[in-house]
Ligand binder design. Structure first.
Ligand code: FAD
Length: 304
């Protein structure tokens, strides 16, 4: 068995692997797609000490750093079940194999919920984005839309209002679902409009650049065009934890519940990054969290 078996090869898993391997203990990392979400990211400008890089380049750097150490990398493998068996934790892969660890670190990340409308994929990174912290500054002085009136949508609109020219918040339902305090703040801002009862049906552009969002007014049935250069989709971040249901404690939204050391409800199983209850889903936070979980796992090993 591995001393530390990591499941998930994004920034959290990679950092955990480097920290575990540097303790001289047997470390393995299994992932479906080494690199994780950063593989889908164009520019990264907020990983401190790296002023500017690109997602695939960053993913390669993660892999090179991990390969510099004696770590077993099991790529293109999806985990489907986890259980404790005596002093070991077993992880079943979809290939049929079972990996074993004295400790396990789960770092399976999350995925953004998408609108699934025409143009959304085509204009991804050309105007359609999911991360206000990452991409807000790219839209300085421009009109943008935020889709989604829950807490993350309203927070994004408030955040963006300070950077961009104008924000239109589009909500499908008859009213916003965000906390009252956020809604009050939003209403106080001069450059934000809210449109409720609006179903986003398409995003359109000239092939290179996004030009407008099309929505259906659900009351009148009429299609309307909103001229914007950016669309921030904020309709939910889904943790990749479906396969863990029933084996350890998950929050209402499916995030793995962890303590300050990354320990989950199952002894010897730690978790890090976007798949956990740790707030704010960002590369630097996931990486720091992975380091923390590896140290937590090492501490567990020397005490057991
Ligand atoms: P992930 O990166 O999601 O990695 C999860 C890993 O687990 C992957 O290897 C995946 O294949 C694997 N996995 C999932 N399920 C299984 C399974 N069942 N079995 C085995 N393996 C599995 N953050 C920033 O800080 N700056 C940015 O500029 C930025 N831009 C972004 C742009 C886009 C388009 C997106 C989508 C995200 C962006 N983010 C950005 C967010 C950032 O990418 C995430 O916060 C970060 O990648 C989280 O790291 P993680 O290791 O927790 O998870």
């Amino acid at each position: 068995p591995y001393d530390v078996l990591i499941v998930g090869g994004g920034p959290a898993g990679a950092a955990a692997a480097v920290y575990a391997a540097r303790k001289g203990i047997r470390t393995g990392i299994a992932s479906e797609r080494f690199g994780g979400q950063v593989l889908d990211t164009l520019g990264i400008e907020n990983f401190v000490s790296v002023k500017e890089t690109e997602g695939p380049k960053f993913a390669l750097a993660l892999e090179e750093h991990v390969r510099h150490y004696d770590v077993d990398i099991v790529n293109l493998q999806r985990a489907r079940a986890l259980r404790r068996n005596g002093s070991l934790v077993e992880v079943d892969l979809e290939s049929g194999a079972t990996l074993k660890g004295r400790t396990v670190i789960l770092s399976t990340g999350a995925r953004w919920r998408t609108l699934n409308v025409p143009g959304e994929q085509e204009y991804r990174n050309k105007g359609v984005t999911f991360c206000p912290h990452c991409d807000g500054p790219l839209f300085k002085g421009k009109p943008v839309a935020v889709v989604g009136g829950g807490n993350s949508g309203v927070e994004a609109a408030i955040d963006l209002a300070g950077i961009v020219k104008h924000v239109t918040l589009i909500e499908f339902g008859a009213e916003l679902r965000a906390d009252a305090v956020l809604q009050r703040k939003l209403k106080s801002l001069p450059n934000v409009d809210v449109i409720v009862n609006a179903q986003t049906t398409e995003v359109v552009g000239d092939g290179q650049k996004l030009e407008a969002l099309i929505y259906r007014d659900r009351a009148s049935g009429e299609d309307k065009r909103l001229a914007v250069e950016g669309v921030f989709v904020q309709i939910g971040l889904v943790p990749n934890t479906e396969w863990l249901k029933g084996s350890l404690e998950l929050s209402k939204s499916g995030e793995i519940v962890v303590d300050a050391r990354g320990q989950t409800s199952l002894a010897g199983v730690f978790a890090a990054g976007d798949c956990t209850t740790v707030p704010f889903k960002q590369i630097i936070i996931a990486a720091g969290d992975g380091a923390k979980a590896a140290l937590g796992a090492f501490d567990h090993l020397i005490r057991s």
